[in-house]
Design a protein around this ligand. Structure first.
Ligand code: GDP
Ligand code: ZN
Length: 447
């Protein structure tokens, strides 16, 4: 935990020349620093136009001084915000002045970490602050805003309350051993648990969507050499990023392209043709392609009319929960029209990477998968949250098992306790210093 007895300072605006630069200070020394810089005690939450001077009385810059007394501030401590000209030299001098007056340099994310430690926001909200700053798409930014406002935390808390209710029921039964067996066999308990698992499954689905909105949808393009994978990547990206040739096996490495499809972030990965080969360089490409498949959200198989059925075997490396798309490419060759349909859980599309036929339909499909138009209430989330919810699911499954098989109240209560713990890790009611260090360490300085 951070030592909240000291005062921290950092330049909060982005480096480089800008109209305005912001220095932020938080901690107990803020009133004294503010008074020294203004020449008198500033009013709370008022914009004072001030001359910022160094220790010798030399002018550093002129700008606005804003004072937010604790606890009504971002960190919950006394906060001072100095807005000067967006110049690195001036801002450095201002920062040095604040440090002379009793502040020290803030670590990355330390302002938000203090806000968390002071109960201004929970851990999921704090993470959303960083995700909002990093958001590269409109949908991602909107989702991060919702999480920052507490939408995701509220959903987690709802689940937590239901979980606690069930745990209380079961623990009450343990206190009356004569009736424990009967009580635990009560169908009402089973129903309550069933409802809880359903609620969790729904939250897990939305959280996974939240991760896609935050990180972007990861699409791995697979297919035999010369199927048209690189051409497709280029067509979607609108550039000649990948090398397109007639020699099979040209794409020897993994190529990535980040796209913004109407406000939705997409990461396209062109994998080398998955084929067995003796060429060591190409073999490395194949190894990386297989690795990409293990972390993709969508596997997009590029094939042609002749090879489509046989190429289905390329899905062998793809995990069961990965969305599958089959793109039958090169329809321009036999002048067939573009169309799409569902076949055994995969979405099939007939298109041409060369002339762009059918690619709009593909874009729309990818946007839908990425969570676009998922409407109101979509919130941002992280992998860590999904993993925590998956652990909750495991504990709920085991709760059901022990209740059914042995009617063991103690065991069920313990599983629920652990489920509650896993849930608490999301919002930070249970958190280790390591976790906090990892989360806030990845923030930028000054936030
Ligand atoms: P990759 O090995 O799967 O990446 O395939 P490439 O994108 O390098 O394409 C292999 C060859 O097929 C190149 O000559 C492309 O111009 C050609 N090609 C790709 N897509 C199409 C298409 O839709 N129609 C036609 N006629 N040719 C295509
Ligand atoms: Zn290629």
């Amino acid at each position: 935990m951070s030592d909240t007895a000291d005062t921290i300072a950092a330049i909060a605006s982005a480096p480089g020349a800008a109209g305005v630069g912001v220095l932020r200070v938080s901690g107990p020394a803020v009133p004294a620093i503010a008074q020294a810089l203004l020449g008198r005690m500033p009013e709370a939450r008022h914009a004072h136009f001030a001359a910022f001077r160094d220790a010798a009385g030399e002018l550093i810059d002129r700008g606005l001084l804003l004072y937010f007394p604790a606890p009504a501030s971002y960190t919950g401590e006394h906060v001072l915000e100095l807005q000067g000209h967006g110049n690195a030299v001036l801002l450095d001098a201002l920062l040095r002045r604040a440090c002379e007056l009793g502040a020290r340099l803030a670590r990355p994310g330390e302002f938000t970490e203090r806000a968390f430690l002071n109960g201004k926001l929970d851990l999921a909200q704090a993470e959303a602050v960083a995700d909002l700053i990093a958001a590269g798409s409109q949908a991602g930014a909107r989702a991060a805003l919702r999480s920052m406002e507490g939408e995701f935390s509220r959903r987690v808390d709802e689940l937590l309350q239901a979980l606690i209710l069930l745990r209380v029921h079961i623990e009450a039964a343990i206190d009356f051993p004569e009736e424990e067996i009967d009580f635990l066999a009560d169908p009402a308990i089973a129903r309550q648990l069933q409802a809880l698992r359903k609620q969790l499954a729904e939250l897990l689905r939305e959280t996974q969507r939240g991760v896609r909105l935050t990180d972007g949808l990861r699409v791995a393009i697979i297919g035999r050499p010369n199927a048209g994978k690189s051409s497709l990547l280029n067509a979607l990206a609108g550039s000649d990023r990948a090398i397109v040739t007639d020699i099979a096996g040209t794409t020897r490495d993994v190529l990535r392209e980040n796209l913004d499809l109407d406000g939705v972030a997409l990461e396209l990965v062109d994998t080398a043709g998955l084929r067995d080969t003796d060429d060591p360089v190409e073999r490395e490409g194949v190894r990386r392609a297989r690795h990409e498949l293990t972390r993709a959200d969508v596997a997009l198989l590029v094939t042609d009319a002749a090879g489509a059925d046989e190429d289905q075997q390329l899905f062998a490396d793809v995990q069961a929960d990965v969305e599958r798309i089959v793109l039958v490419n090169k329809i321009d060759l036999d002048r067939r029209p573009s169309h799409s349909e569902m076949r055994e859980g995969s979405w099939w599309l007939w298109a041409s990477a060369k002339n762009g036929d059918g690619l709009d339909v593909l874009r729309d499909h990818l946007k839908r998968l990425a969570g676009a138009g998922s409407g109101e209430g979509a919130f941002s989330a992280r992998r860590r949250h999904v993993l925590a919810l998956e652990r909750v699911a495991e504990h709920l499954d085991r709760t059901a098992d022990v209740l059914r098989d042995v009617h063991a109240g103690e065991l069920a209560a313990e599983e629920l306790r652990q489920a509650q713990h896993a849930l608490g890790e999301i919002t930070g009611s249970y958190s280790s210093d390591d976790l906090l260090g990892a989360i806030f360490g990845s923030f930028c300085i000054g936030k």
